[in-house]
Design a protein around this ligand. Sequence first.
Ligand code: ADE
Length: 230
Amino acid sequence: MLGIIGAMEVEVESLKEMMENQEILKRAGMEFYKGEICGKEVVVVRSGIGKVNAAICTQVLIDVFQVDAVINTGVAGSLNPEIHICDIVVSTEAMEHDMDVSPLGYEKGVIPDMKTSSYPADPNLRILAKSSIKAAGLDVAVFDGKVVSGDQFIATPEKKDMLCKLFGGDCAEMEGGSIAHTAYLNQVPYLVIRAISDQADGKAEMDYPTFEKKAAENSVKLLVEMIRAY
Ligand code: ADE
């Protein structure tokens, strides 16, 4: 069974609408929608925004629903000049960019005493995403990319630059890194799919509301084809 997380309602509402044999279970203040999409068993949940909500949500999917894999769908700010608004990023890896123990001599982004602080996405889910692009009938480009996550909305060129240069991020959002971290600790495969709603720059607060819905829909379009083929 696939676990599907979106932080916001706009990121999961159409998945809930297309779900059959729906059953709703509440855990940790979140509503988990269990049912079938394209004849496949899935659990769809809105985690709420930010790394803590997303980590707790992932752990519930793993412990309570015993999902075989976790996919995060949603929107993100682009950090890569080649990746434009409404394009899609399929994660190669994901990390938490606001982890900072540098006063103690660790590099920024490094979590002390962890084997890694950037978590590779599941290769099979990445292949599934690639092979689902055509069927999704998208009018945008799909990129492989590194997802960097923090409890911050990125909306200045300085911060954007820092995330590019220091971490090599391709898109910034607020949950993927913690979902990846939780999946890694539990040895559960994961993938992040994010469509671009803004460019994480000085125009981000204007672009975001304009493109949020279209971007969220693009991410879901690719995800639905992945579910169909899963
Ligand atoms: N999600 C969408 N755009 C974002 C941004 N610029 N920063 C963080 N999360 C986002």
